[in-house]
Design a protein around this ligand. Structure first.
Ligand code: ATP
Ligand code: MG
Length: 728
């Protein structure tokens, strides 16, 4: 027997060595699904299958690279480089380039990122004489994206009764026209957006028998990881590709399906057995990743979900340390606890930074962790999201504050001189820079003496208004603290309002980030002393100085030995020796946005299951009594998920902050709360949207209906590479 087969357990061996015919592996977390997939590819190749004939679809490109590496190690050659392996988006982009001529695209077509797409949309919306304040490009973009991922093209979109009803109800009846114009414009520009990489791939195969035939016979073996998170268009494409040989192997865990809000559906797992005859189904139940305690907790919590494929996840690993449940007073205490614990564990148990992961529900939560880690000098890296102070909206507000304190800060000035838009164009800015250089004065000096430089009347006025505004902010410095100035700036510039009005997921995240920044300034101004214990100067200047020191942290360490921080969504498939999961509080996790239906709540619980099962040895679950959200101190109850954990494997502890008064006993039962929640939610929904229709027009769960009778599903899920990591 080959060496690579020796370590496998029985069902793993069965899955790896099952060569021909459809194969489905449904298995719990850490049971070796990805390992089986990798080993299976190696085994196929060892048995004469040409790497060129294998297509493997992974959740991230990083995962694909790791798989290739492992296969090379197993086989001792570099054949793996010939595999078609990567995310759906990357693999299909490659195929679309080769086949572009068949669908009228140049082979070097441009791929538009989200910003490009929105900017094209804005142009198109204006050309249609529509108001882009009402037809917000990001809102329209989401709508079009959902359509593409449900395989609904512009023509179908315009004629689908339910879709049109939805758009009417949302008072945006012209989206169909925008969609058509946008698609035409992209085509004319020789460009595809992210969703097109899936949508056009489907169209290519569906409309071009030659292409379909070619790729069906090229990809004699198809393997898909994380199958529970594929959506309608991905499902249809792989079904087409696999139709000739039916050598398709999918691996997934229904308990880890966490992208349904983007159209992914575990139905795909159930459907698989109906799509093919003689599907071999393998269950993997032995977990190799985690300690007994961790598995017990994960199992116990996920049991509360009704719709699960029954699995009994067990492990031979040691019971290990108990899971530590940590209550803190505030989110800052939570951050401090985590940083302290990392430090302590490194000293005591010889862990390295890279053995730790900090997971959270929303990106805005990273701030408190970041600050504490920086203070302790612990190297960290944030995945799938910009570091808090790198985020555009945070930088924008900070840029205003910087210019108020020091008008010579040209970078900050350039950043915000025309943001939010105030009619100071590129040419004007360029002129200012030239004059400043000629006269050897600052750009701000040029602007404040704009009258001397012969600007046109309109421009002159805009520049003068800008200066008046900055001077007003400066006048606040003498008797207001940093927080008050920041709030004034946020309000007066309309920066906060602009973000507040953007109701998309991303807009909401950006608004939360600005609130988070304001919160942190507030906390800083209200704390009695600075970090070095000195009674603080609470001026804006003093605040910015300490922030600048934080932002100046050494970034070179990023790739080496660093603590990893990411949202739980981004952590799928990964494992770490030690894991912290933060903010396990009602309204945050489960998120307030996701408790309106049982389906949503169950998805939050699956997310919790994913978080817990990332840990190999140690797991800390933390929650704060209070945290600043949306500019206010909010008191949160501990998450209902915490009550679902078996006491025997939990250590409870309290870390930091004031009085230890709020115990574990005043939470009410989860059941009570859930019922209370459901009743309220139902009422609220009715109040807001009216009573439900007596006869539901369509049973589909989300906002976008899909055309029957095909098994297309709704919304979309781009692969992790394109997912804005904040998913809340
Ligand atoms: P997830 O559900 O999180 O994606 P998974 O089912 O894909 O997990 P893997 O990541 O493949 O699981 O494996 C989890 C860990 O268990 C890995 O470290 C892997 O090397 C190890 N492992 C899997 N099978 C075995 C085995 N038979 N013997 C030893 N270790 C194993
Ligand atoms: Mg995996």
């Amino acid at each position: 027997m080959q060496d690579y087969l020796k370590g496998l357990n029985e069902p793993q061996f069965e899955a790896v060595t099952h060569i021909k015919g459809p194969l489905m592996i449904v298995a719990g977390a850490g049971s070796g699904k990805t390992k089986v997939l990798t080993t299976r590819i190696a085994h196929l190749m060892a048995n004469g299958v040409d790497a060129f004939n294998i297509l493997a679809l992974t959740f991230t490109n990083k995962a694909a690279a790791e798989m290739k590496e492992r296969i090379e190690r197993i086989l001792g050659n570099s054949e793996a480089r010939n595999l078609y392996i990567g995310t759906f988006h990357s693999v299909f982009a490659r195929i679309l380039r080769a086949e572009a001529h068949r669908i009228g695209y140049p082979s070097n077509f441009t791929i538009y990122d989200t910003d490009d797409s929105r900017s094209v949309l804005k142009t198109v919306i204006n050309e249609l004489n529509l108001d882009d304040k009402h037809y917000k490009p990001n809102v329209v973009h989401n709508r079009i994206s959902s359509a593409k991922n449900a395989l609904v093209g512009p023509a179908e979109y315009a004629t689908d009764y339910y879709i049109q009803q939805e758009d009417m109800r949302a008072n945006r009846p012209m989206i169909a026209q925008i969609y058509a114009a946008y698609a035409a414009r992209c085509f004319k520009n020789g460009a595809m957006d992210f969703d097109d990489l899936l949508f056009k791939m489907y169209e290519l195969l569906h409309n071009n028998p030659e292409s379909l035939h070619k790729y069906q016979h090229k990809f004699k073996f198809i393997l898909i990881d994380e199958y529970q998170d594929t959506n309608a268009v991905q499902y249809q494409i792989t079904k087409l590709l696999a139709a000739a040989h039916e050598n398709i192997c999918v691996v997934g865990d229904d308990a880890q399906s966490i992208y349904s809000f983007r159209g992914a559906t575990i139905e795909n797992i159930l459907q698989f057995q109906k799509d093919y005859d003689d599907v071999k189904v393998v269950k993997l139940e032995q977990n190799y990743r985690s300690s007994q305690s961790i598995i017990n907790v994960a199992n116990e919590v996920i049991k509360n979900n009704k719709g699960q494929i029954p699995k009994n996840l067990w492990t031979e690993n040691k019971e290990g340390e108990k899971i530590t449940l940590v209550r803190t007073m505030t989110d800052n205490d939570e951050g401090k606890f985590v940083a302290d614990t990392v430090q302590e564990q490194k000293l005591r148990n010889h862990f390295f930074n890279k053995d730790f992961a900090i997971l959270y529900r929303t990106n805005a939560q990273s701030r408190a962790f970041e600050e504490s880690l920086r203070r302790m000098g612990i190297a960290y890296r944030i995945y799938g999201g910009l570091s808090f102070y790198q985020r555009k909206e945070v930088k924008d507000l900070l840029a205003y504050l910087r210019i108020v304190v020091n008008t010579r800060d040209e970078e900050a000035l350039k950043r915000i001189i025309n943001y939010p838009v105030r009619g100071i164009g590129k040419t004007t800015i360029e002129k200012c820079v030239i004059y400043a250089n000629e006269q050897n004065i600052s750009m701000y000096d040029v602007i404040s003496r704009a009258g001397e430089f012969g600007f046109k009347a309109g421009t002159l006025e805009a520049l003068q208004n800008f200066v008046t505004m900055i001077r007003y902010f400066q006048s606040l410095l003498t008797d207001k603290n940093a927080y008050d100035v920041a709030v004034h700036v946020g309000k007066h510039t309309n920066l906060v309002k602009e973000l507040f009005n953007d109701k998309t997921t991303e807009g909401l995240a950006r608004y939360e980030n600005i609130q988070e920044l304001l919160n942190s300034i507030k906390e800083w101004t209200e704390s009695p002393s600075n970090d070095d214990g000195e009674v603080g100067d609470k001026s804006l200047g003093s605040y910015l100085q300490q922030i600048t020191l934080l932002t100046d942290a050494d970034d070179d360490k990023a790739d080496s030995d660093t603590v990893k921080m990411m949202t739980i969504h981004a952590a799928k498939g990964l494992e770490f020796e030690c894991v912290f999961v933060g903010g396990i509080e009602e309204t945050l996790f489960p998120n307030a946005m996701s408790i309106n239906t049982r389906e949503e709540l169950e998805e939050e619980r699956r997310l919790f299951y994913v978080a817990v099962t990332r840990a190999k040895q140690r797991l800390w679950l933390t929650y704060a009594n209070s945290r600043y959200r949306f500019g206010q101190l909010v008191q949160n109850e501990p998450s209902r998920f915490l009550e679902e954990m078996p006491e025997a494997f939990i250590d409870k502890t309290y870390a930091g902050g004031g009085a230890r008064n709020q115990g574990f006993n005043n939470m009410g039962t989860a059941f009570e709360r859930m019922n209370r929640g459901n009743a309220n939610d139902a009422q609220n929904i009715e109040k807001k949207y009216g009573a439900p229709p007596t006869k539901k027009p369509d049973a589909r769960p989300s906002y976008m209906p899909v055309v029957p009778p095909s098994n297309k599903v709704v919304e979309h899920k781009p692969s992790a590479d394109f997912v804005p990591s904040d998913t809340s």
